[in-house]
Write a protein of this length. Structure first.
Length: 547
């Protein structure tokens, strides 16, 4: 009898339909709420994305998963409530939870408290704490969406069970060593990341949207053209990049798409009809890595009158020095089109913050200019080393794209692209601290309130020396000095300005919640703590009304 390996994961949920993703250990028919789909095969793995139809707006449906007619979910003896699909209702308030950067490790001591590299725990898991809290709430109080903004896995820091799996199949004394190196190992690390009972229940009952960052493939992925050229000469790289791309497509990206988008997706149709989709997916990954126009990882999802526009800021980069861009021209046109419309709120979800601490922002813009040769070849080589060692590859280091995005936000917020929404919110992660910054323009008075909200990490606390640098990035004197460096290197002045709405960034494992009700909006950041019984809990860090 086939068994469930991973899932169910509730991905899309609209007023009348939803999609549920599963991984099984054999080919079978997967059934959810009377709707079924056969599995498709990728190598030795089997998956299905079940299209659930016939839902009524505002109704909540408990569901089970059946494989070839036999029930396999919920698991017998589970302490969590039944998994549900809640169909959206027009005009209802939207609650959205978001965060990024979650490293996998056991939830028992000492791993929750030990912040050393060897322990790999890096603090108490905020996503686990969120699951435990929501498990005690009625279905009507569950979030409408869970938005995971990159680094759901750390391929270069595999958890213990994945590491044992890697050691069992190859000699880790040879390159690439104790990192995830191919599709089999990527599939195994997703099992560790999503297999915990609490996380599994959370993903089964809260619709999710996900975008990747570098750690889904490997540390510093796509940081620069020079880095990519070096990696392509390493004998293991083709297997590594193909495994990273294909695993992201299967485990994360397909579920981001609506049923209508899936119906029109030629690659998805080919996957479902192939005897084994691995050869065609490997070829697609090979082409996608070498040509940014082959695949579009950005996607769009509407939650009532809230538009979530998730922008790929890692996989589709154009990396030629002197003409670097976060996305190619075709994808940028798609982003501009999706940002226009009649929304109460526009959420721009990008794993990398658009608006960093000003000192760090100007430093990255300066570094990009030096890497392109503004101060000569010797400075360019030194700056490339600095870029990699300090992860200087955010929007500021793609300064042309930063300016494009700022102009896009200005057009939306001033009503040039339709009726201005109440807020334009940029949601990001990556930087292992959290903050809320409000933005404005020097030459315009936007009708929308504009914010950068960063929530990171869910579980990967920043070492003390790096938290010091990130905190100083908001210092006014540091910002002035970094801006001067950028000007000397030829970086043009910017029209967009921003500043924190609170005193200091939040350095803790954390999760954020957005409450969006008509034109009204509010945000709450919470950090994870241990309660009196030594169980994970969430404690408010900061709340603010946004509009």
């Amino acid at each position: 009898m086939p068994e469930l390996v991973l899932g169910p994961v509730l991905r899309y949920a609209g007023p009348s339909e939803a999609t549920v993703w599963v991984e099984t250990d054999a080919a079978c028919e997967v059934e959810v709420l009377g709707c079924s789909s056969p599995t498709f095969r990728v190598g030795g793995h089997h998956y299905a994305l079940v299209h659930v139809t016939g839902l009524q707006p505002g109704e909540t449906y408990e569901y089970e998963v059946r494989l070839d007619g036999e029930p396999v979910w919920p698991e017998t003896g589970s302490p969590f409530p039944p998994s549900v699909v809640r169909a959206a209702r027009e005009g209802e308030a939207v609650r959205l939870v978001f965060g990024s950067c979650r490293i996998s490790a056991p939830h028992e001591e000492p791993y929750t408290l030990d912040l050393s590299e060897d322990a790999r725990g890096l603090g108490v898991d905020a996503l686990y704490a969120t699951a435990m809290r929501l498990g005690g709430k009625p279905s009507g109080e569950l979030p409408h969406a869970l938005v995971l903004l990159g680094d759901q896995i750390y391929a270069h820091k595999p958890p213990f069970e994945t590491l044992e799996f890697i050691r069992s199949r190859r000699d880790t004394g040879d390159a690439p060593g104790e990192v995830v190196a191919d599709f089999e190992e990527y599939a195994r690390i997703y099992r560790d990341a999503w297999g915990d009972p609490a996380i599994r229940w959370l993903l089964s009952t809260v619709p999710s949207a996900m975008i990747f960052d570098d750690h889904e493939v490997g540390d510093d992925w796509n940081v620069s053209a020079a880095w990519v050229e070096e990696m392509r000469h390493r004998p293991y790289w083709n297997d590594q990049i193909a495994g990273g791309h294909v695993s992201y497509l299967i485990y994360q990206h397909l579920g981001n798409l609506s049923p209508e988008e899936l119906k029109d997706n030629d690659l998805y149709a080919d996957i479902r009809t192939a005897d084994d989709a691995w050869p065609l997916l490997r070829e697609a990954a090979y082409r996608s890595h070498r040509d940014s126009t082959v695949a579009r990882w950005s996607f769009c999802r509407d939650l009532g009158k809230v538009r979530l526009l998730a922008i790929d800021s890692r996989g589709g980069r154009v990396l030629d020095e002197g003409s670097r861009s976060m996305v190619d021209d075709e994808e940028w046109s798609w982003i501009e089109d999706k940002a226009a419309g009649d929304f109460d709120h526009l959420l721009l979800a990008t794993s990398l913050p658009l608006m960093l601490g000003p000192g760090m922002h100007h430093l990255q813009a300066w570094n990009e200019r030096l890497c392109s040769g503004a101060w000569g070849k010797r400075a360019a080589k030194w700056s490339e080393n600095l870029r990699r060692s300090q992860d200087l590859d955010h929007w500021a280091s793609f300064h042309g794209s930063f300016t494009q995005m700022a102009d896009l936000i200005k057009g939306v917020a001033t009503g040039r692209k339709g009726g201005p929404p109440s807020t334009v919110l940029v949601l990001s992660g990556d930087v292992h601290h959290g903050y809320l910054a409000e933005a404005d323009f020097r030459d315009a008075e936007p009708a929308s309130r504009i914010y950068q909200a960063v929530c990171s990490p869910l579980r990967n606390a920043l070492p003390e020396e790096k938290s010091f640098l990130q905190e100083k990035a908001w210092n006014r004197i540091v910002a002035v000095l970094a801006r001067l460096l950028a000007r000397l290197a030829g970086v043009r002045p910017e029209n967009l300005t921003w500043s924190l709405t609170h005193e200091d960034p939040f350095f803790a494992n954390q999760v954020a919640t957005l409450e969006l009700d008509g034109p009204n909006a509010a945000i709450t950041f919470e950090k994870v703590v241990l309660d009196a019984s030594n169980e994970p809990d969430l404690k408010r860090l900061y709340s603010r009304g946004l509009a």
